[in-house]
Design a protein around this ligand. Structure first.
Ligand SMILES: *Cc1c(COP(=O)(O)O)cnc(C)c1O
Length: 460
């Protein structure tokens, strides 16, 4: 943690003390036990540059979580900064209800160009949760507007430990009990299937000899109950919040095939995996899958502004055409925000200019090599990675795979150690999660992994 002199000159200790006091006095942080937070000196990030973050004291940190999985090309990227400034010269926001705007038009066209083939329509919203809400509502209304109407098709299938956001609809198709259970009275029922958590396979099988047997129940379910099922909701390739649970090859394409066979919509939540995160533009591209509905958010603006989109097919779009009652009655105040769309366009421009996907593939190979030695540590049970997302599962006993009790807060302790060495990451339970910006160079990746290794060793 290097201190920059300049910072100390124009930032008096008093002002940082005040900020820290006011934060604890006025701000309620997300996913944070505020009683603990109030007792600590809060980390206050004031600046970013490339893949580094700087706090108000001038301490420098590697942004090992991409500011919670949103940042792609680094902070203060000139192309993004300029695009937003230029858009500000025209207008910050105007509504898409009854009017259009140049950046939202051009962005929709560009998104259709890069999306899995067959996705031709773009519906904007503000964040990952709303992108999922939109997909769920579109699916339900789509079935109602079939000729004849299929009003019984109203149930969703989801995976265990799924995470699709924190709003009521997206929680209903989620399965993280710590987050979701207490809200049960608000949630609609969805049918849960085992997650393909190969390290702790619910069927005690091994890939590939298992032949993705965990999907057999999906086939059984769809073959008998497809008349009641509106869609299957899935995070393709990686269930991120679940602890970077990576899906075995062929899993996603089998889900797609089953949905097609039984006339059930496939909703792909690519909020975390979209925009190069897994090494392809979309995770669905790994298996050449086109979902019926595709949800994107986090990386859409390169990590700059809250903007989301739900993409869908011409078939679904057409079901909403006709009399006024067939309208999709959904929209938010900031839907299609011009600054957000301008940032998203700049994001896509950088993908082209900097050949980001080529870089990511190289760098994820490096990351894989760098992570390998960690497998030797006595507390590391499993290392899972897909592109620039990695999860290191800490275990009490490598032989039995016995987990650390959550009360030991192993992930949290590793993360705290990493922070002392200048790396910010956010763990999930016993999983140390490393999600570097796509722009992280080999040197920077090496630094991150060295810090993670050192921090894990301390706790061995
Ligand atoms: C983060 C995330 C969401 C929720 O997105 P928000 O922008 O936080 O509402 C939904 N789905 C997945 C897979 C995510 O990772």
């Amino acid at each position: 943690m290097k201190r920059s002199k300049k910072k100390e000159e124009n930032n008096t200790p008093l002002s940082s003390a005040k900020l820290s006091k006011w934060d604890r006095q006025y701000v309620w942080h997300p996913f944070t036990q505020m009683q603990e937070w109030e007792q600590e000196d809060p980390l206050i990030i004031e600046k970013g540059e490339g893949i580094y973050l700087y706090d108000i004291h001038g301490n420098k940190y590697l942004d090992g979580s991409s500011s919670i999985w949103v940042n792609l090309h680094g902070h203060r990227h000139r192309t993004l900064d300029t695009a937003i400034q230029n858009q500000l010269g025209n207008i910050a926001h105007s509504t898409l209800l009854g009017a259009a705007s140049p950046p939202s038009i051009v962005l929709a066209k560009e998104l259709v160009k890069i999306a899995p083939r067959g996705l031709t329509r773009v519906f904007y919203s503000d964040d990952g949760s709303t992108a999922v809400e939109v997909a769920l509502k579109m699916a339900i209304q789509y079935w109602q507007q079939q000729r004849p109407p299929q009003k019984k098709k109203k149930t969703f299938v989801r995976l265990d430990v799924a995470y699709h956001g924190d709003t009521v609809g997206s929680m209903s198709v989620g399965g993280i009990s710590l987050f979701h259970e207490r809200f049960q009275p608000l949630l609609f029922p969805a049918i849960a299937l085992d997650a393909p958590y190969c390290y702790r396979c619910p069927l005690h099988l091994r890939f590939p000899s298992c032949r993705t047997a965990c999907l057999d129940p999906l086939e059984d379910l769809l073959s008998t109950r497809h008349g009641q099922i509106a869609g299957v909701v899935i995070e393709p390739m990686v269930q991120a919040v679940a602890g970077i649970i990576t899906q075995p090859p062929g899993y996603l394409s089998r889900v797609r095939a089953l949905c097609t066979k039984y006339d059930v919509l496939l909703i792909a939540d690519e909020v975390a995996t979209g925009f190069g995160r897994t090494g392809t533009m979309f995770a669905c591209d790994h298996e050449r899958v086109t979902p019926d509905l595709l949800c994107v958010a986090k990386g859409l603006t390169g990590g700059y502004l809250p903007l989301a989109a739900t993409l869908t097919t011409e078939n679904i779009y057409k079901a909403f055409l006709g009399e006024p009652g067939k309208t999709f009655f959904h929209g938010h105040s900031y839907t299609g925000n011009a600054l957000g769309c301008a940032a998203a366009l700049a994001n896509l421009e950088i993908f082209k200019k900097e050949k980001t996907l080529v870089q990511v593939r190289k760098r994820s190979g490096m990351l894989q090599t760098l992570l390998k030695p960690l497998a030797e540590l006595p507390i590391v049970g499993d290392i899972r990675q897909c592109g620039m997302m990695a999860g290191i599962e800490l275990v009490k006993n490598r032989e039995t795979r016995e987990a650390f009790p959550l009360s030991e807060r192993m992930g949290y302790r590793v993360a705290a150690e990493c922070r002392r060495h200048g790396l910010l990451i956010r763990p999930i339970g016993n999983i140390v999660v490393l999600v570097p910006p796509l722009a992280a160079t080999e040197r920077q990746l090496r630094k991150m992994v060295n810090i993670v290794t050192k921090s894990c060793r301390i706790l061995c």
